[in-house]
Ligand binder design. Structure first.
Ligand code: ADP
Length: 249
C-alpha cells in the first residue's frame, strides 16, 4: 500500500532481546499533517519501538521507511541526517549555556552538516535569524539569555523541543512530551505540537491515555509487544480491549 502523504512507515517490525521478543511484528504509518500517539501500558514495547525507528537498535525483522527509503539498520546519526529528529524525556540541553546558545548550537549543527562548515557572514546571519525565529516560536523571547540550568522543568522541556526542531526535521519523535508538566505548561506544549504537526508529522510515545486522546489524530495501542489496534481517538476510546488493558475490567 502506497499513500501520497505517507512519511514514515514501520512494516512488521520485530525486536528480540535474547529469547525475549519485546516488539512483535508491529506496523505503524505516519502521514503528513498528523499527530500520531503510540500508547500502551508499561512494558508494552513503546520505548523499544521508538528506539528501532530512531536507529538506536536495528530491528531483528521487518522494515522501516522514511519517505519510502529504508532506514532500518542505519546508525542513528544517519537517520537523523535523513530528517528524523527525536526529543528525549530526559532533557538534552546544556545547563550552563543560555537558551539562545543551546538553540543556536543545534541550528549550527544543521548548517555545518548541510552546507559545510559555516564561515561566511551570510550563513552566520541565517543562523542568527533561524535561532531568533525558534526563540519566538517557543515563546521564549525576553528570557533567551537565561541559562538552561536555571529554567523550570517545563522551560527545559520547551528548549528540548526547540533543539529537536532546530535540525529542521521531516519527522519529529517525542517521548512523553507532556509528562511531569503542570496544566498550563501542558496546554502550551500541546498547542505548540499541534502547530508543529501542520508542517512536520509528529509521533508521540505516551503512557497516559487520557493525555493524548484529546489532541492526537491517530492512536496506535501496543500491548505485550504487539500492535493491538490503530484508530482515531474515538475508536480507541470505544475499543473494548483497550478499555480492558487500561482499566483491567
Ligand atoms: P514500554 O516503553 O512500553 O514501557 P519497553 O519497550 O521499555 O516498554 O519494554 C518492553 C519489554 O522489553 C519489557 O518487558 C522490557 O523489560 C523489555 N526490554 C526492553 N529493553 C530491553 C533490553 N535492552 N534487553 C532486554 N529486555 C528489554
Amino acid at each position: 500500500e502506497k499513500t501520497a502523504g505517507r512519511v514514515l512507515e514501520a512494516d512488521s517490525v520485530s525486536m528480540r532481546f535474547g529469547g525475549f521478543k519485546a516488539v512483535r511484528e508491529a506496523s505503524l504509518a505516519l502521514d503528513a499533517g498528523e499527530i500520531h500517539a503510540l500508547i500502551g501500558p508499561n512494558g508494552a514495547g513503546k520505548t523499544t519501538f521508538f528506539n528501532l525507528v530512531s536507529g538506536r537498535f536495528a530491528p531483528t525483522a521487518g522494515a522501516i521507511r522514511l519517505h519510502g527509503r529504508e532506514i532500518h539498520g542505519l546508525p542513528a546519526h544517519a537517520i537523523c541526517q535523513q530528517g528524523l529528529a527525536r526529543s528525549f524525556q530526559i532533557t538534552n540541553l546544556f545547563k550552563n549555556l543560555t537558551i539562545y546558545e543551546n538553540l543556536r548550537l543545534s541550528a549550527q549543527a544543521r548548517h555545518s552538516c548541510r552546507f559545510g562548515f559555516w564561515r561566511d557572514i551570510d550563513t552566520y546571519d541565517r543562523l542568527h535569524a533561524d535561532t531568533a525565529e525558534l526563540v519566538r516560536f517557543l515563546g521564549l523571547e525576553g528570557i533567551e539569555d537565561v541559562k538552561g540550568g536555571d529554567l523550570s522543568y517545563g522551560g527545559q522541556r520547551l528548549v528540548d523541543l526547540g533543539i529537536a526542531l532546530a535540525s529542521r526535521p521531516q519527522v519529529l519523535l517525542l517521548d512523553e512530551p507532556l509528562a511531569g508538566l503542570a496544566a498550563a505548561e501542558r496546554e502550551r506544549v500541546s498547542k505548540l505540537v499541534r502547530t508543529i504537526a501542520e508542517n512536520i508529522p509528529v509521533l508521540i510515545v505516551e503512557h497516559d491515555i487520557d493525555r493524548v486522546l484529546g489532541f492526537s489524530d491517530h492512536v496506535t495501542v501496543m500491548n505485550e509487544g504487539a500492535v493491538l489496534v490503530t484508530g482515531c481517538p474515538d475508536e480507541i476510546r470505544r475499543n473494548r480491549r483497550v478499555q480492558e488493558i487500561y482499566t483491567g475490567t
